[in-house]
Ligand binder design. Sequence first.
Ligand SMILES: Nc1ncnc2c1ncn2[C@@H]1O[C@H](COP(=O)(O)OP(=O)(O)OP(=O)(O)O)[C@@H](O)[C@H]1O
Ligand SMILES: [Mg+2]
Length: 252
Amino acid sequence: MGVGIEVRNLNAWYGANHTLQDINLHIPANQATALIGPSGCGKSTFVRCLNRMHETNPIAKVTGSVRIGEIDIYSDASPVEIRRRIGMVFQRPNPFPTMSIYDNVASGLRLNGFRNRRVLDEVVERSLIHAALWDEVKGDLKKKSGASLSGGQQQRLCIARALAVDPEVLLMDEPASALDPVSTSKIEDLIFQLKAQYTIVIVTHNMQQAARVAERTGFFLNGKLVEFDSTHKIFTNPGDKRTEDYITGRFG
Ligand SMILES: Nc1ncnc2c1ncn2[C@@H]1O[C@H](COP(=O)(O)OP(=O)(O)OP(=O)(O)O)[C@@H](O)[C@H]1O
Ligand SMILES: [Mg+2]
């Protein structure tokens, strides 16, 4: 099951650049939460703080707390454990190009020490079904490489890879921005299905997409969370003038 995420007084820096300033929000379990805002406002930095990827950058710093379920990710668990529980999918599909489809999906499990063939077979199949890719690849699991798939298939392969380790949260940073409309709608359908089992955070520049998939939406501007509310409220009756200017296309 998905778990809720509680973010308190989160601040993040790259060197002297104070990229995120006092972010507070609650991301509900088993819903999709969309994050919108102009380029450079800190959306990617924010999601990277949710799975401790931000700190992999040597000039990065982070303060404040992030709880997923009962766990404070910065004090109660290791980064490796956190990244297993909180999966991530990036803007550009990044399958391991020379690995087979099967090995791509199994990679996280193998890293965690799983060797049993039957278990691996089952998880690979289940993850690919879950990512809506199974039917397209089931005959070629070990013959085809990650790189031989189309962009949209590669992105669903990356989703399958993320799901294989059984995370509670799935972070998606512009997962469909490099995809055609058909692949995009497949990813959106997928988000709908995945909500039953996972908590989803999706960064998107596409406001229709946020409106279609997310129950809640947060609007970031210059490193601050300006407004966080139900998606319906954000897009029909925002509380802040800056949100209204952004969603009506007056800037950004
Ligand atoms: N690796 C980095 N090193 C230094 N500064 C960075 C790094 N990554 C991001 N920044 C800075 O942090 C700020 C926020 O960037 P971030 O990537 O989080 O924005 P974003 O909202 O995701 O933008 P976009 O919509 O273009 O993806 C920007 O000012 C950016 O220049
Ligand atoms: Mg970004």
